[in-house]
Design a protein around this ligand. Structure first.
Ligand code: 4NP
Length: 159
C-alpha cells in the first residue's frame, strides 16, 4: 500500500456503459468492504465518446444491482490527461489496450496500462468480452470475470 497517497485506478472499455463502469462498481465495493476507501480513487472511461453523459446500460445496471452493486457513473471519454491523473489504467480487451497505447503521452505512461484479464486466475479467457450484443448470460459472465479480476487486482495493489 502506498503511504500518504491514493491509488488512482481507471477502468477503460469501449462505450463506458457496460464493462468499465461495472468494473468500477465492483472494485469500489471491494475497497469499501476492506475499509480502504481513503486509499483509492476509482473511475472509468471509454475509448468511444458516443455514450458520453449516459448512465450504464440498463441491462448492466440491473444485473449489477442483483449482486449489490449500484452503478451511477456517467459515461465519459478517456483523455490524455487521464494518464497523468492515474496510477493504473485497466483495459477490458485488446482493442482498448491498443487504443490506450496510442493515446499514452509517453512510454512511461504507457506502462500504466494493464489488461483486466491478466488478473483472472480461474477463468481461461484473455479479455473481458463486450456484452452489448449478448443476452443476459453475457452480463452475468462479465460480472463473474470482473469480480475475480478486481479482487486479484485489489490484492496486488494492497501488498
Ligand atoms: P462497453 O460496451 O464497451 O462494455 O461499454 C459497449 C457499449 C456500447 C457499444 C459497444 C460496446 N456501442 O457500440 O455503442
Amino acid at each position: 500500500m502506498k503511504i500518504n497517497d491514493k491509488h488512482k485506478i481507471l477502468f477503460v472499455c469501449l462505450g463506458n456503459i457496460c464493462r468499465s463502469p461495472a468494473a468500477q462498481g465492483v472494485f469500489q465495493s471491494i475497497v469499501d468492504s476492506e475499509g480502504a476507501a481513503a486509499g483509492f480513487e476509482v473511475d472509468s472511461a471509454g475509448t468511444y465518446s458516443g455514450h458520453q453523459g449516459q448512465l450504464p446500460d440498463r441491462r448492466m445496471r440491473e444485473a449489477a444491482a442483483r449482486r449489490g452493486y449500484m452503478l451511477t457513473h456517467k459515461a465519459r471519454p478517456v483523455e490524455m490527461t487521464d494518464f497523468l491523473d492515474s496510477d493504473v489504467i485497466v483495459a477490458m480487451d485488446d482493442a482498448n489496450y491498443e487504443d490506450l497505447m496510442h493515446l499514452a503521452p509517453s512510454v512511461e505512461d504507457s506502462r500504466k496500462v494493464v489488461k483486466m484479464a491478466d488478473y483472472l486466475t480461474t477463468h481461461s479467457i484473455s479479455y473481458i468480452p463486450d456484452p452489448y450484443y449478448m443476452g443476459a448470460e453475457g452480463f452475468e459472465l462479465v460480472l463473474d470475470l470482473l469480480e475475480e479480476a478486481c479482487r486479484n487486482l485489489y490484492n496486488s495493489l494492497s501488498e
